[in-house]
Ligand binder design. Structure first.
Ligand code: FAD
Length: 564
């Protein structure tokens, strides 16, 4: 009788492949078979936009591992072009459909791992199946887009959805010489970000010639008499184009799990416990198909990212092989490059905190340089830090800039996972030499500013509160900066003159101070407080944040009739 444990894995990319390889490292005896519907295993789906943009020029570079490598290195059998179509939980068997031959057969398992991923959304819009309208998940799909551009001589494209994949595609299509329009239903690009952090990205897209249609959604597709595709939006815009890429997000592939009667969660992902086990003790599930706990809010969520998928695959293998391993939850730590800008985030956004009803948080904005200003090439990082007002626990961070962005977010990601506070960020000892950072790193600065708030050294005002305030706005920048742009109605007293001109400030009125980024105004606030002005607030992030908030302020002011 065969006593070897039989581990069958459905899906052979991020989660499935890492699970299979880890299982082999833990058990030399187990029989491990990976079933993959597509022609390739373990390919770099994250690299596909760059293959379309010709940044990655050879398709085989996308193959992280091949079926042959799995056999020779890991003694794992990969059956590609093999779709698993059913699970019989009672007999512990799966039904496999060989897509090459059309044959079907059953395979028995001791442990089954579901890693089927998530499918791109393709809403039932009129004529969405016309040739030239693509989604992007697989190598063959990226090949089709490349071929469409090369053979059809495509010069224009519409990218539907301004999420991470949509914007990566936008950059790469522009890189290929196409003129691109982006259509996004939300009122900002990169919807997982808070809108003020997304604003520099929108601006960069516009600067690069991309036409960005926000607050608009695609209503229909058609082909006109000249053979061009036409994208009609809900606002009535009609955009003629040669190519459409849909980047509307993904939906967990739960068909198999559902048919087998496994528990499905409220977010429509496969429900698993911390060891990635499903409601059936012999079946595990990992990756984009599962629901995970949000590390900060504790809520169930589906977060389609490669890092969690890989870690979950490893944890499932540990669990199958009898080890104790627990997934800690997802922090949604993500990064995206858009025309030289790096956008990164970790933990909860302010939108998420509000949606989850988590009150008692505060936030600071800062715009420090990525490295010492005196060393050539320093670039600002626009950073937002969210923290708990009670104990100062770090809840989330987002940043945009050209250099050193992901490094800061990675540090904060680890801080969040360890339950660290803003005081820990203040004290973090991080790498420093002038070309890499500053002796007080942006992460330290974020902690210090937040600590000043919690310790009562400074009270902050928010740009979004501007339309509702009667406070005096005090701009403490130099006159040349004031002349170049300021908030309407602000009084300009440069910081060096402040002590001498205190008499110009009304005694009983609240004062909101701002400068370029919040530092000089903090100094001004400390001067004013110690001269008896008790009601003074620092406008967080200064004029730099003001510019990022401007679209939102304009919207609020149009709706209500306001200050500017
Ligand atoms: P997948 O990697 O999708 O693998 C699932 C596999 O299962 C698929 O190959 C599918 O064919 C197979 N399968 C499904 N059903 C069956 C079945 N019934 N039988 C057999 N096989 C089946 N994440 C990041 O963190 N950073 C990035 O920069 C990034 N960029 C991305 C860019 C693109 C274009 C795409 C598409 C995704 C990107 N992602 C990125 C997301 C990341 O790739 C996914 O989160 C990750 O691949 C999920 O791994 P997974 O194993 O759950 O699913």
């Amino acid at each position: 009788m065969n006593t070897r444990q039989r581990i069958l894995v459905v899906g052979g990319v991020a989660g499935g492949a890492s699970c299979a390889a880890r299982a082999r490292r833990l058990s030399e005896d187990a029989e491990i078979i990976v079933f993959e519907r597509g022609p390739y295993v373990s390919f770099a789906n994250c690299g596909l936009p760059y293959y379309i943009g010709d940044v990655i020029q050879k398709e085989d570079k996308l193959l992280v591992a091949t079926a042959e490598l799995f056999k020779t290195r890991f003694n794992i059998e990969v059956r590609n072009e093999s779709e698993v179509v059913a699970i019989n939980r009672e007999r512990r068997e799966i039904q496999v459909h060989n897509l090459r031959t059309g044959a079907s057969y059953w395979e028995q398992y001791d442990a089954l791992v579901l890693a089927p991923g998530a499918a791109p959304l393709r809403p039932p819009l009129p004529d969405i199946d016309l040739p030239g309208i693509f989604t992007l998940r697989t190598i063959p799909e990226s090949r089709d887009i490349r071929q469409w551009i090369a053979e059809g001589g495509a010069q224009t494209a519409v990218v539907v959805g301004a999420g991470f994949i949509g914007l990566e595609m936008t950059e790469n299509l522009v890189q290929r010489g196409l003129t691109v329009a982006v259509v996004e239903m939300m009122d900002q690009v990169l919807p997982p970000l808070d809108p003020e952090l997304a604003e520099p990205v929108r601006q960069r897209l516009v600067d690069k010639g991309v036409s960005v249609h926000l607050n608009d959604a695609v209503a229909a597709f058609e082909r006109d008499s000249s053979g061009k595709l036409v994208v009609t939006t809900r606002s009535g815009a009609r955009i003629r184009t040669d190519l459409v890429v849909l980047g509307l997000g993904v939906r967990p592939e739960i068909k198999l799990a559902k048919q087998a009667g496994l528990a499905i969660g409220e977010k429509n992902g496969i429900r698993v416990d911390e060891s990635m086990r499903t409601s059936d003790p012999h079946i595990w599930a990992v990756g984009d198909a599962v629901e995970s706990r949000d590390f900060v809010t504790g809520e169930w969520c589906v977060v389609p990212l490669a890092g969690p998928a890989n870690r979950q695959g490893r944890i499932a293998a540990d669990s199958i092989c009898g080890r104790s391993a627990h997934f800690r939850g997802v922090q949604s730590t993500a990064v995206c490059g858009v025309f030289g800008l790096t956008v990164a985030m970790t933990g909860a956004s302010e939108k998420t905190l509000n949606r989850s009803g988590i009150a008692g948080y505060d936030k600071v904005y800062l715009h420090p340089n990525d490295h010492a200003a005196y060393y050539p090439g320093a670039k600002p990082i626009h950073l937002k830090l969210l923290f708990s007002c009670g104990d100062g626990r770090v809840l989330g961070a987002q940043a945009v800039g050209e250099e050193g962005v992901e490094k800061r977010i990675d540090v904060i990601a680890m801080a969040i996972q360890k339950g660290a506070t803003i005081y820990d960020l203040e004290e973090a000892e991080l790498c420093y030499a002038p070309q890499f950072g500053t002796a007080k790193d942006p992460v330290n600065f974020a902690g210090m500013i937040a600590a000043n708030v919690l310790q009562g050294d400074v009270s902050l005002a928010r740009w979004e509160q501007l339309p509702d305030t009667q406070a005096l706005l005090l701009d403490v920048r130099e006159p040349s900066e004031f002349t170049a742009g300021h908030v309407e109605g602000a009084l300009n007293i440069p910081l060096p003159q402040l002590r001498a001109r205190l008499g110009e400030l009304p005694g009983g009125r609240e004062i909101w101070v701002y400068c370029a980024a919040g530092q000089r105004s903090y100094y001004a606030l400390r001067i004013l407080r110690q001269h008896g002005y008790s009601c003074v607030r620092n406008l967080s992030g200064g004029f730099t944040s003001y510019k990022q908030f401007q679209p939102m302020l304009q919207k609020a002011q149009t709706a209500a009739g306001g200050r500017e």
